[in-house]
Ligand binder design. Structure first.
Ligand code: GDP
Length: 434
C-alpha cells in the first residue's frame, strides 16, 4: 500500500461562511483525491444538469458528504487527497454546524489548519474584521494545539489579483493571529482562487508578483508531527458499529501507542477483548499508529461500548476513569462568573460529560502561570486559574503532558465556548466499581 508509507496529515479547514472552504477543498479532492473518473464525471454531469456549473467543486464535496452520511463507510476515503509525498485527510467537513464541538473530539484532531479568507470587497471585512466566528475558530485551533497554519486568501479573481489588497488582508490577519499566539514562521499566506485554480497546484500567471509556494506546496511544507508510538495505547471511541457477519466494531482515532491485531485491549468500563481484525480507509491492517482512524473488531456486545469510552492495551497502563482532576482553565466567553459548584458540560476527546467545578484553587496569569490569588471566589472572562473538577459520570481523562489529546477540553454552555482547559493531574478511584 503506497498510502501507508507516505506521511499523513490531518487538516482542518476554517473560514467564514461563503469564504470558499467547500470550493477550495472540493478542488483539492477533485484534482488530487482518490475519486475515480467515473464518479467525477457523473458528479460533473449532475452539477451541469442542475445548472450549477459554477458550483462544480463545492458540489463534488457536498455530494461526497451526502454519500458518506448515507453509507456506513468507516472513515470515508473520499475526504482524502494525496500529493506525491503526502496523504491528507480533511477532517470536519467544511460548513459543519457544530465546528467547535467537533474540533475537540477525536475525529477532528487536526495537525494543521487551513484558514480560508475571501478577498472580495466587503467579504473579508464581514468575515474577519467584525466579531466573526473565524477569530474564535482560530483561537480554538491554537488552544487545541494546532500551531501551524496556511492562510489562503481566496477569490483573488474577484479583485483583479490585486497585490495591495492581498497585503492589506495579510497585515490584518497576521496581526490577529500573532495576538492569539501563532508564530510568524508557522503561518503562510497564499493568494488563490479556489474556483479558477490559481496557485492551487501550479504557480498562477495571474499572480506574477507572488513569489511564495502554491497551496499544495505549502501543505507539503507543514511539519509532520511526531507520532507518539512508544506511549501506551489510547483510542477514544467515536462510534460503535454492529456489522452483520463481522460483529462489534468500535471506531476511533489512535492517539498514542500502536493498536495491533491479536492484542488484548481494555476499555474504560473494564471490559477486555482480543482484537480480531482492524481496518482503516477500507484496507485491512496488521497495526494502526497514532493519527489513524481505525475500526477494529472485538468480541464484545456493541452495547457494552459507547462513544466517549477509551480503549487501551490491557497489559500496558490501560485507561481508567477519573474520580477528579486538576486543570488550568482559561475563561473565554462566560456571561457571568465561574464559581465553585458550576456544572457545565465538558467536551474532551470524544466524551461529553457534565462536570462540576469543585474547588477554585488559584487564579494565575494565563501565559506565565504566575500566581495572582489563592482560592479566588470566582473566575471571569479573560482570567485563568487552577481548578479541581469532578465528572458526574464515568470519564477517562489524562494529564496533558502524557496524553495531549486526552488532556485538553472545552467547556460549552449556552452554545458558546465558555472556557478551555488543560489537565495537570488526574486523581483515580482506588477501587473501580462498575
Ligand atoms: P464555504 O461556505 O466557505 O464552503 O464557501 P463555498 O465554497 O460554498 O463558496 C461560496 C461561494 O463563493 C460559491 O458561490 C463559490 O462558487 C464562490 N467561490 C468560492 N471560491 C471562489 C473563488 O476563488 N472565486 C470566485 N469568484 N468565487 C468563489
Amino acid at each position: 500500500m503506497e498510502r501507508k508509507e507516505k506521511d499523513h496529515l490531518n487538516l482542518v479547514v476554517i473560514g467564514h461562511v461563503d469564504s470558499g472552504k467547500s470550493t477550495t477543498t472540493g478542488h483539492l479532492i477533485y484534482k488530487l483525491g482518490g475519486i475515480d473518473e467515473r464518479t467525477l464525471a457523473k458528479l460533473e454531469e449532475k452539477a451541469l444538469e442542475l445548472n450549477k456549473a459554477s458550483f462544480k467543486y463545492a458540489f463534488v464535496l457536498d455530494n461526497l458528504k451526502a454519500e458518506q452520511e448515507r453509507g456506513i463507510t468507516i472513515n470515508c476515503a473520499l475526504r482524502q487527497f494525496d500529493t506525491p509525498s503526502r496523504s491528507y485527510t480533511i477532517i470536519d467537513a467544511p460548513g459543519h454546524k457544530d465546528f467547535i464541538k467537533n474540533m475537540i473530539t477525536g475525529t477532528s484532531q487536526a495537525d494543521a489548519a487551513v484558514l480560508i479568507i475571501a478577498a472580495k470587497k466587503g467579504e473579508f471585512e464581514d468575515g474577519f474584521s467584525r466579531e466573526g466566528s473565524t477569530k474564535d475558530h482560530a483561537l480554538l485551533a491554537y488552544t487545541m494545539g494546532i500551531k501551524q497554519a496556511i492562510v489562503a486568501i481566496n477569490k483573488m479573481d474577484t479583485i483583479d489579483y490585486d497585490e495591495e489588497r492581498f497585503n492589506e488582508i495579510v497585515e490584518n490577519v497576521s496581526d490577529h493571529l500573532g495576538k492569539i499566539g501563532y508564530k510568524k514562521g508557522n503561518v503562510k499566506y497564499i493568494p488563490i482562487s479556489g474556483f479558477d485554480g490559481d496557485n492551487m497546484m501550479e504557480q498562477s500567471e495571474n499572480l506574477p508578483w507572488f513569489k511564495g509556494p502554491t497551496l499544495t506546496e505549502a501543505l507539503d511544507e507543514f511539519k509532520v508531527p511526531k507520532r507518539p508510538i512508544k506511549k501506551p495505547l489510547r483510542i477514544p471511541i467515536q462510534d460503535v458499529y454492529k456489522i452483520a457477519g463481522i460483529g462489534t466494531v468500535p471506531v476511533g482515532r489512535v492517539e498514542t501507542g500502536v493498536l495491533k491485531r491479536g492484542m488484548e485491549v481494555q476499555f474504560t468500563t473494564g471490559a477486555t477483548s482480543e482484537v480480531k481484525s482492524l481496518e482503516a480507509h477500507h484496507n485491512k491492517l496488521e497495526e494502526a499508529e497514532p493519527g489513524l482512524n481505525v475500526g477494529f473488531n472485538v468480541r464484545l456486545e456493541a452495547k457494552e461500548i459507547k462513544a466517549g469510552h477509551v480503549c487501551g492495551d490491557a497489559k500496558n497502563d490501560p485507561p481508567k476513569n477519573a474520580e477528579s482532576f486538576i486543570a488550568q482553565v482559561i475563561v473565554m466567553n462566560h456571561p457571568g462568573h465561574i464559581k465553585a459548584g458550576y456544572q457545565p458540560v465538558l467536551d474532551i476527546h470524544t466524551a461529553h460529560v457534565a462536570t462540576k467545578f469543585k474547588t477554585l484553587l488559584s487564579k494565575n496569569e494565563a501565559r506565565t502561570g504566575k500566581l495572582i490569588e489563592e482560592a479566588p471566589k470566582f473566575l471571569k472572562n479573560g482570567e485563568s486559574g487552577i481548578v479541581e473538577l469532578v465528572p458526574t459520570k464515568p470519564l477517562c481523562v489524562e494529564e496533558f503532558s502524557k496524553y495531549a489529546a486526552l488532556g485538553r477540553f472545552v467547556i460549552r454552555d449556552m452554545k458558546r465556548t465558555v472556557a478551555v482547559g488543560v489537565i495537570q493531574e488526574v486523581i483515580h478511584k482506588k477501587e473501580t466499581k462498575k
